[in-house]
Design a protein around this ligand. Sequence first.
Ligand SMILES: [Zn+2]
Length: 189
Amino acid sequence: MLDVTESVPAVVRSWEAEAQDFATALMEHRAGYWLAGDIARRILTAASTDDGRKRAQKQLANLGHCSVAYVRQLAQLAEAFPEDCRYPDVAQSVYRACLAAGQYTKQPPVRILEQALRHNWHVRRIRAVGREHDAVYKASGQCIACGGTLRFYRRGTAGLMIPCPGCLADAKHERRSLFDAFVVIGALA
Ligand SMILES: [Zn+2]
């Protein structure tokens, strides 16, 4: 009888086992992160005074070898994201970005998480939620009709096509329809 495992080199099996252990460790790390957050949240909520809460934060930070800000963030994350939206395959950095974006835009962080997962946004894009008008968009290119080059940037929304200003000027001079001049040299993205 053919033993399938014999034909597989030992190194391949151990690689798979190692890779699985890596994935499991990461999942457990993420689960532990939520667990720590839940405990921190429970302790901080139970504190009856501001002073008591601050003392508890400090003690947790000392015991956990982390900063007070981190303890507070763990508790905020646990508060903002109930168990049914803690996905083991979503990195903590995504949750932190959604929390920050929620605080910035005064929206529920869960709603931002839903958006982020639907659009497959990375952390930088999540951080830009509510700051779209602060962003600088750039376009540059060469006009295929007249060979002119253009570099253009502005603050504000993206998604515009940039016509060639040279061709626009020519069209105006020759009294042609300006629509002839809409040679797109770049798209703001
Ligand atoms: Zn042109």
